[in-house]
Structure formats: structure tokens, C-alpha cells
Design a protein. Structure first.
Length: 189
């Protein structure tokens, strides 16, 4: 008896892991087929428009996951420091202490930057605004909160890249530990 087909959600989860590991250029249909355990025709059954449709489905899934695990908690009430500390803990777990590559980082380089610009920009904008929320609640001006939130995302993404390049996750861990205090530091006049 043949195995049951995977649900669309299971396929997207497997595609996400593959795109995170391989990046868009390295994720050929053959590689995506291996990663999902599905034949190429089965992949096209789920995603008739091919790899671009698969990638957009993965980005939408990532956005939903980030919204629930990261963005919404940052926008809730409570101590700004606690919300930022929770963000750091969530990111540390999500990126396995800096051992996992960032799907967003992989897709924002090369030709995929333009190809998925709308989706990538929407996720990054939502992330920046979510990080800015506790900073505004801590009394920072809208513009200062926005700048610090942008810097935080730059540091997180850069920390992942550097940790991967140096094969040293301590870089990512150190940056995460420092982040809440730096984000909430008094504004220098």
C-alpha cells in the first residue's frame, strides 16, 4: 500500500527547512523533491507554478509563525525589557543558538531580492515595527524606537551570518544577550 500523501502544511514545513539550508539557488526541484520525499510531479500537484510558488508559500508560513511567536508578543502589554528578553529567547531557540541559517537572509541576496521583494519587505517591516513597540512603551520617541529596531534586526541578521561564517555560535549568543539592554539604553543627548 503506498504511503499517504503529505498535507500541504507538512510539505511547506519540509520546503522551509530545505530553503533555509540550501537557499533559493541551491534548492533545485530535484533537491526540493528529496527534501519533501515527494516526486517532482507531486510537488507540482501542490504548487503548479513551481519553485516560486513554493517559496511564496514558505514565506507566508514563516510570516505567520513569526507573527505568532515573535511579533505579537512584542506588541503586547507588559514590561518592555521582559518582551525584548522573550524575543531574544525565541530567536535563540528558532535559530538553534546561531546554528541555523536565516531563511530571510538567504532570500534577500542575489536575484531573489527583487523576485520576492514584496514578501521580504512586508516581513522585515512587521518585525521592525514589532521591535519598536516595546521601545516606544519604554518612552523612546517614535523615530528613535524605529532606528533602534532597524539596528536590532541588522544585528540579529548579521550575527547569524557571522556565526555561520566563523563557525562560532558564541558571536550570535553574545549579541542576543546584549540586545535588550542596548535597545532600552537611555538616549544620549
Amino acid at each position: 500500500m503506498p504511503p499517504a500523501l503529505l498535507s500541504r502544511d507538512e510539505v511547506i514545513d519540509r520546503l522551509m527547512r530545505a530553503l533555509r539550508r540550501l537557499g533559493y539557488p541551491g534548492a533545485s526541484i530535484t533537491e526540493l523533491s528529496k527534501a519533501t520525499g515527494l516526486g517532482k510531479s507531486s510537488l507540482y500537484h501542490y504548487f503548479p507554478n513551481g519553485k516560486d510558488e513554493m517559496t511564496r508559500a514558505v514565506l507566508e508560513r514563516l510570516r505567520v509563525e513569526l507573527r505568532g511567536a515573535l511579533f505579537e508578543p512584542l506588541r503586547q502589554s507588559g514590561s518592555p525589557k521582559r518582551r525584548l528578553t522573550d524575543m531574544v529567547e525565541t530567536l535563540d531557540a528558532f535559530y538553534r543558538g546561531g546554528r541555523e541559517a536565516c531563511l530571510l537572509g538567504n532570500l534577500v541576496v542575489g536575484e531573489t531580492r527583487e523576485q520576492f521583494h514584496v514578501e521580504l519587505r512586508a516581513i522585515f517591516e512587521e518585525w521592525i515595527e514589532a521591535v519598536a513597540a516595546p521601545l516606544r512603551d519604554a518612552g523612546l520617541s517614535r523615530s528613535t524606537a524605529r532606528m533602534r529596531a532597524e539596528d536590532a534586526v541588522v544585528r540579529i541578521e548579521g550575527g547569524l551570518v557571522l556565526a555561520g561564517a566563523l563557525a562560532d555560535t558564541a558571536v550570535f549568543g553574545r549579541m542576543l544577550r546584549q540586545l535588550p539592554g542596548e535597545l532600552l539604553a537611555p538616549v544620549k543627548r
